[in-house]
Write a protein that binds this ligand. Structure first.
Ligand SMILES: [Zn+2]
Length: 253
């Protein structure tokens, strides 16, 4: 085994930087071989560049997905890239101004289920308001992206939802901090028809289920898993009394 040669370790407060919690993640990179796509399923491997926002440890250069070939690759690419851009913006703004619009928006609206199910009681206690919760969420997302890009999580699948489905983008709940792929399923009709920002919010809601966040059935208001994607979809603006949350949450599952 020549594993030691290329193993890098990121320790200390990385990747959960902003919440000052002691989290460490061990990354084997790049010795791990990417798993092969399933030979009998019609998936296409897609690779996307992962930018390097300031204040984060060196990230892998790319993230990977196996996408059902019935889906439009360009649209999928655009939705993921849009969400990744907003994730990078959070860190850039924090670096430049000390504040992120996304965190400030979460502070105003998110009050319930602020942490993922896998977080221990002590750290849950520290993440006690929307701004800290959003910072913790972004760092968790960073960790999931790193695990994807270093093959420390199974390859993420992008599945096809029947056009008759009532869902836009859907992911199953997951309840672990490590080794969870960022799987999701997409309805091809809204994928073609809805605005990219709307779809990015829908995807982020689905991925928050993968990251361990929860809400009661069809209740989104005040829950981080509802408010964080809604903040993104509104461009971090305040809520308008004339626009109900349902204008956004109809794209959530
Ligand atoms: Zn949901």
């Amino acid at each position: 085994m020549k594993d030691n040669k290329c193993k890098i370790e990121i320790e200390g407060k990385i990747p959960l930087i902003n919440t000052c919690v002691d989290a460490s993640v061990e990354i084997s990179h790049p010795c791990k071989k990417p798993p092969k796509p399933e030979p009998f399923a019609e998936y296409k491997r897609i690779e996307m560049t992962l930018p390097q926002p300031p204040g984060l440890p060196p990230l892998p250069p790319s993230i990977f997905f196996d996408m059902d070939t019935r889906l439009d690759e360009a649209s999928i690419h655009e939705v993921i890239a849009s969400l990744i851009f907003e994730w990078g913006r959070h860190y850039r703004e924090k670096e430049e101004t000390g504040k992120s619009q996304w965190s400030e928006c979460a502070l105003k609206y998110a009050f319930k289920n602020l942490t993922p199910v896998w977080l221990d009681k002590e750290r849950k206690f520290m993440v006690n308001e929307g701004k800290k919760a959003l910072d913790f969420l972004m760092d968790t997302f960073t960790s999931f992206l790193i695990q994807n890009g270093t093959w420390n999580a199974p390859i993420a699948k992008i599945d096809y939802l029947p056009p008759t489905s009532s869902s836009t983008i859907f992911s199953e709940n997951a309840n672990k901090q490590f080794h969870v792929p960022l799987d999701f399923s997409v309805n091809p009709i809204p994928l073609q028809e809805e605005a990219i920002r709307t779809l990015a919010g829908s995807l982020f809601h689905a991925w928050m289920h993968r990251m361990g966040y929860r809400h009661p059935k069809e209740e989104y208001t005040s829950y981080l898993i509802g408010e964080a994607p809604m903040c993104l979809m509104r461009g971090y603006a305040d809520k308008e009394p004339s626009i109900p949350d349902s204008a956004f949450t109809r794209f959530f599952d």
